[in-house]
Design a protein around this ligand. Structure first.
Ligand code: NAD
Ligand code: GLY
Length: 358
C-alpha cells in the first residue's frame, strides 16, 4: 500500500492507495462515530456496496445506504436533498460519518452534504473511478452544478481520509479510463515535465490499466495534487493551475448539457485549446502544442471541440470561478511543466475557437 499525506489548514488526512482497500474501510471510521451513511449510486452499489458495507459493519455501528441517481445530469440540489432526507429521516446526528462510494459526482455531492449537514459532519472519500482517484477525491472541493454553471454551488471541505482501492478500476468502462487519464496528464503538463514524458511513454499501458503503470500514475497524481492543495487550499492563487483545460472544458459540458461529454473528455479537449491559446499569447512552443494534442488523442480523449458559436463560447466561459470583474482568466502553459493564470484578449480566444472547433 502507498500512503500520501495531505496537509491543509482545513484538515490533514492520509490517502491510502492499493488493492483491497474496500475491505479495510472499518479502519477509517473514528471510534466516536454514531452511525455511517454510505452515499453511492445504483451502478456502483451493484458492484461494490455490499463489500464496503460488510467492512464498515465490522465497526459494530449502524450502516445506512443512500442511493442517488447516476450521472452528471443529477449533480444538483434535488439529489443533494435526497441525502438530507435520508440523514434526517433516519435521525443521524452530528457524530455520523458519510462515506462517498463512487466517482467524482458522488464524491463532490457527498462532500458538500457533509459540509452543511448539521453545519458539518465527517466524511470519507472512497473514489471508484480513475478520475476521482487522481483528482476529485483529494483536496476538499465539493459542489453541485447549477443550470447556469458547473460546480457553482459548493464548499471547501476536507475528508477524514481517502481510500483508493485500485482493484475497482477493473470494472470501469474504457471511456471512463480515458477521461481519468486526462486529469493524470494534466499534472505533468502544469507541474512535472518528467511525469509528462513518462505519460507519453506509457500512454498505452495506462489505457490498458497495466497494474504498475496505473499505480504509479495514481500515486504521482495524488502527490502533486497534495503539494498544490497544501500550499493553497482555497485557491487564492497557485491552486488555480489545477484548472488547466477547465475553462474551455466547462463550457463544453454546460453548453452541450451535463453528461453529453464526460468531464475528463471535456478537460482533455480543453487542454488542447489551452495549449493553442498558450502558444498564441504565452510563448508556449508550437511543437509542444502538437505533443499535447498527440497525448490527449493517445489516451483516447477528443481533440476537436464542438462548435457552440464563438459568442456562446465566450458567454459560457464567463461563468467560471476564475473570472474576476468580468475578465475571464485562463490557465496557460509557458512550457511543459509550468503554468500561469491570466486573462487573454477575446480576439486571441476567438482565433483559437475558430481552429479548434467543428
Ligand atoms: P462519475 O462520478 O459520473 O462516474 C462515471 C461513471 O462511472 C458513472 O456512471 C459511475 O456510476 C461509474 N462508475 C464509478 N465507479 C465505477 C467502477 N469502479 N466501475 C464501473 N463503473 C463505475 O464521473 P467522474 O469522472 O468520476 O467524476 C466527474 C465529476 O468529478 C464531475 O462532476 C467533476 O466536476 C468532478 N470533479 C471534481 C473535482 C474536485 O476537485 N472536487 C476534480 C475533478 C472533477
Ligand atoms: N480539480 C481542481 C482542484 O481540485 O482544484
Amino acid at each position: 500500500m502507498n500512503v500520501v499525506d495531505v496537509e491543509t489548514p482545513g484538515g490533514s488526512y492520509p490517502i491510502h492507495i492499493g488493492p483491497g482497500r474496500l475491505d479495510a474501510l472499518d479502519q477509517c471510521i473514528p471510534a466516536d462515530a454514531t452511525a455511517i451513511a454510505v452515499v453511492t449510486n445504483p451502478t456502483v452499489a451493484a458492484l461494490y456496496a455490499e463489500r464496503a458495507e460488510a467492512a464498515l459493519a465490522r465497526t459494530g455501528k449502524r450502516v445506512l445506504r443512500i442511493e442517488l441517481p447516476d450521472g452528471e445530469a443529477y449533480k444538483d440540489w434535488q439529489s443533494l436533498n435526497l441525502i438530507f432526507d435520508a440523514l434526517l429521516g433516519n435521525r443521524l446526528d452530528r457524530r455520523c460519518v458519510l462515506v462517498a462510494l463512487g466517482g467524482g459526482v458522488i464524491g463532490d455531492m457527498t462532500g458538500f452534504a457533509a459540509a452543511v449537514y448539521m453545519r458539518g459532519v465527517r466524511f470519507l472519500q472512497v473514489p471508484t473511478t480513475l478520475l476521482a482517484q487522481v483528482d476529485s477525491s483529494v483536496g476538499g472541493k465539493t459542489a453541485v452544478n447549477h443550470p447556469l454553471g458547473k460546480n457553482m454551488i459548493g464548499a471547501f471541505y476536507q475528508p477524514i481520509a481517502v481510500e483508493i482501492d485500485t482493484d475497482v478500476l477493473g470494472t470501469l468502462p474504457a471511456r471512463e479510463v480515458s477521461a481519468g487519464l486526462a486529469e493524470v496528464i494534466k499534472y505533468g503538463l502544469i507541474l512535472d515535465p518528467a511525469f509528462w514524458n513518462w505519460c507519453e511513454e506509457n500512454a498505452q499501458k495506462l489505457r490498458a490499466l497495466d497494474r504498475d503503470a496505473i499505480s504509479h500514475a495514481i500515486r504521482r497524481s495524488c502527490e502533486l495534487k497534495a503539494q498544490v492543495v497544501g500550499k493553497d487550499e482555497r485557491e487564492s492563487g497557485l491552486r488555480a493551475i489545477l484548472n488547466l483545460g477547465h475553462t474551455f472544458g466547462h463550457a463544453i459540458e454546460s453548453g452541450l448539457g451535463y453528461g453529453a461529454w464526460l468531464h475528463g473528455e471535456a478537460v482533455g479537449c480543453g487542454m488542447v485549446q489551452a495549449a493553442e491559446l498558450s502558444a498564441d499569447v504565452a510563448g508556449f512552443g508550437r511543437a509542444d502544442v502538437e505533443r499535447v494534442r498527440a497525448l490527449v488523442q493517445a489516451i483516447g480523449c477528443p481533440v476537436v471541440a464542438p462548435d457552440l458559436g464563438a459568442d456562446r463560447w465566450l458567454d459560457l466561459m464567463q461563468v467560471d470561478k476564475k473570472t474576476e470583474g468580468g475578465s475571464i482568466r485562463y490557465v496557460l502553459m509557458t512550457r511543459i511543466g509550468e503554468a500561469v493564470t491570466r486573462p487573454a484578449p477575446d480576439d486571441a480566444v476567438r482565433a483559437v475557437l475558430a481552429r479548434t472547433t467543428q
